[in-house]
Design a protein around this ligand. Structure first.
Ligand code: MG
Length: 254
């Protein structure tokens, strides 16, 4: 067989087999019928998505209880005596919050710009100035307090604005108060992953081991006052819900 003829035969064979493969390719069907994902406006950078509950947009603290001694200055909240808690309650959710430690460095360890974001009012993501400021690792900035340090220290310098993006899966309890499934948290600090679907052992007190105690399906977002004038801004929360779905047939090829 001449070389050109041989090449032509091989080429035709390849095209035929490929075409045949495409022609006979079957499509996998999961058998699950999904609700259509809702269309939302993600917002411009720095703004809340259209489906978020905005807790603070730079103007006032009316979305919180207990804010009588917290102040609003230059579009930011300055922490004051007493914890604040959101009037709105959340279960599974995504939280965006920006914070800044004091520009003037005072104190050390846990005494430097200590605050905290409490999911459901009970589970603390530590806020602390951990820029060149050592403390116990499961109490430094971005720790799940007394349970798990951040995977890395992504702190910015004192006084600079920082962000937390928190993905929260609430714990579930049965009617008798027994834990059905624990809480999980994922946390991005300044866009860097520092908690990766961490499973919480319970709440986050200073003076005893973590423990779960049954509570409702939803709770507030609380911000801690620990004696330091930490600032907050641009706080919003999105409820996270699984898409409705139902099985309409077993998995199959068609
Ligand atoms: Mg704290």
């Amino acid at each position: 067989m001449k070389k050109t003829t041989f090449v032509s035969v091989v080429a035709v064979a390849l095209v035929t087999s490929c075409f045949g493969a495409f022609a006979s390719a079957a499509e996998f069907l999961s058998g699950i019928q999904w609700a259509e994902p809702e269309v939302i406006d993600p917002g411009t950078p720095g703004k809340a998505p259209s489906d978020a509950v905005v807790l603070f947009d730079g103007t006032d603290m009316s979305a919180f209880h207990g804010a009588e001694r917290w102040t609003v200055k230059d579009g930011a909240i300055v922490a004051g005596p007493g914890a604040v808690r959101s009037k709105a309650q959340f279960g599974d959710c995504q939280v965006h919050i920006e914070w800044a430690s004091a520009a003037e460095v005072k104190g050390s360890g846990q005494g430097r710009s200590n605050s905290g974001v409490f999911l459901m009012g009970k589970y603390e993501v530590q806020v602390l100035d951990s820029y060149e400021n050592k403390t116990y690792f499961d109490g430094q900035c971005g720790a799940i307090y007394k349970q798990h340090p951040p995977l890395v220290n992504a702190c910015r310098k004192p006084g600079e604005w920082q962000s937390y993006d928190i993905i929260w899966k609430a714990p579930r309890f049965d009617d008798d108060g027994k834990l059905l499934s624990p809480a999980f948290v994922t946390l991005l600090h300044n866009g860097v992953l520092i908690q990766n679907h961490f499973q919480l052992q319970g709440d986050t007190p200073y003076n005893r081991a973590p423990a779960y105690k049954a509570h409702g399906e939803k709770g507030p977002i609380s911000l801690q006052f620990h004696g330091n004038p930490v600032r907050y801004r641009n706080i919003w929360v999105r409820e996270v819900k699984e898409l409705e779905n139902r099985r309409i047939h077993e998995p199959k090829l068609r």
